[in-house]
Design a protein around this ligand. Sequence first.
Ligand SMILES: Nc1nc2c(ncn2[C@@H]2O[C@H](COP(=O)(O)OP(=O)(O)OP(=O)(O)O)[C@@H](O)[C@H]2O)c(=O)[nH]1
Ligand SMILES: [Mg+2]
Ligand SMILES: [Zn+2]
Length: 327
Amino acid sequence: MQPSSPQGLVLRIDAKVCHVEVDGERRQLPLAGKLFEDKGHERRPLAVGDRVVLDATGKAIDAVLPRSSQLHRRAAAEGEEQAQVLAANITHVLAVASVREPAFQPELVDGVLATAARERIPATLVLSKIDLDEALAATWTRAYADAGVRVLGTCTVPDRSTEATLRELGTLLRQNRSVVVGLSGTGKSSLLNAVLPGVQLRTGDLNHIRQGRHTTTHTELIPLPGGGHVLDTPGVRNFHLFCVGSQELQFLFPEIAQRLPHCEYRSCLHDGEARCAVKDAVERGEIAASRYRSYHTMLQDALAAERPGSKASRQPARGGGRRRPRG
Ligand SMILES: Nc1nc2c(ncn2[C@@H]2O[C@H](COP(=O)(O)OP(=O)(O)OP(=O)(O)O)[C@@H](O)[C@H]2O)c(=O)[nH]1
Ligand SMILES: [Mg+2]
Ligand SMILES: [Zn+2]
C-alpha cells in the first residue's frame, strides 16, 4: 500500500456499489472482486463504517483497514457458519425495542446486548413507544436495570414526547459513532428524526410494516452536525450470537455471571445443576425470567454447536428456539 493512497469511509453498501466518503465528497465505487477473496467467515467483505484504502486511480477499493469494533450476528445462510457484520468501527450500540406495536422481544434485545458486551461496546436499551403502555414500560425498565443495562424510555409523539430522555439520547449520539438496531417498526428512524435537527429519515406506517415491509431499506451512516455519526439500519427479525462458547456465554449476562461464585460448582452453566445461585435468583425474581430464558436458549445453541460432528448451531435450540417468553 502506498503511503499516499487515498482513504475513505464506507457510508452505505448497495447490491453492486459502495458509497464511500473520500475527502469530504461522496463517491460510488464498485465492489471489486478481489475484496471477496479474503473475507474469511464474513458474508460480505466490508461493512458500513469500515475505513478503506482506494487504489491509485481512486476508483476502486483496494483494502479494508482493521476494525476497532464490529457488531455482528449469525447470518441465516446455508452451508458454513457465517457472520453478518452490521456495522464496523462503532463506539455505541442502541438496541431499540418498542413496548408494543411491535411487541417487545426479549430474545432479540438480549442477543444485541450480549453481542455488544462480547465486543466490549457500551450499549443502551431504548424502550420506545412508552406512550402505548406505561405499566409494561416500567416492568421492562426494571428488568433491564436489574441487569445493569442503561434504559431510556422514549416517546416521539408530538405533545407527549419524553423530552429529558430524548435529550439524553441526543447527547449520546453526538458523542459516539452509534448503530441503531431493532425490529422493523420500533421507531428507530422516528427517534433519530426527533433527536437530531436537520435529519429527516423516512418513517413507516404500521400497516406497511405488518405486511413485512421495512421502511428503512439500507444501513446508512449519517454524519451529525454537532459531531458523531449514527448508523440507521433496516429492522432485523432476529439477532443470534455468532460463535460463542458455552462457558463464555454467561459473562455476556452480567447479572448471571455475578452469581457464579455462589453456585456449588465453579463450572456451573446454570442449566439445572444442583445448588445453583442463578436458579435461586430467578425464583426470587432478582433475575428477570425473560433474561434467564434468553441465556438458556443461547446456551443450548452453544452446547449444540460444540458437540463433535455437529453443524448444529444454526438449528433452533433444543426446546427454546421458538418459545416466546411470556414477558
Ligand atoms: N405511539 C408511538 N408511535 C411511534 C413512536 N415512535 C414511532 N412511532 C410510529 O411507529 C411507526 C414506525 O416508525 P419508524 O421510525 O419508521 O420505525 P423503524 O424502526 O425505523 O422501522 P424500519 O425502518 O422498517 O426498521 C411509525 O408509524 C411511527 O409514527 C412513539 O414514540 N409512539
Ligand atoms: Mg427506519
Ligand atoms: Zn449456577
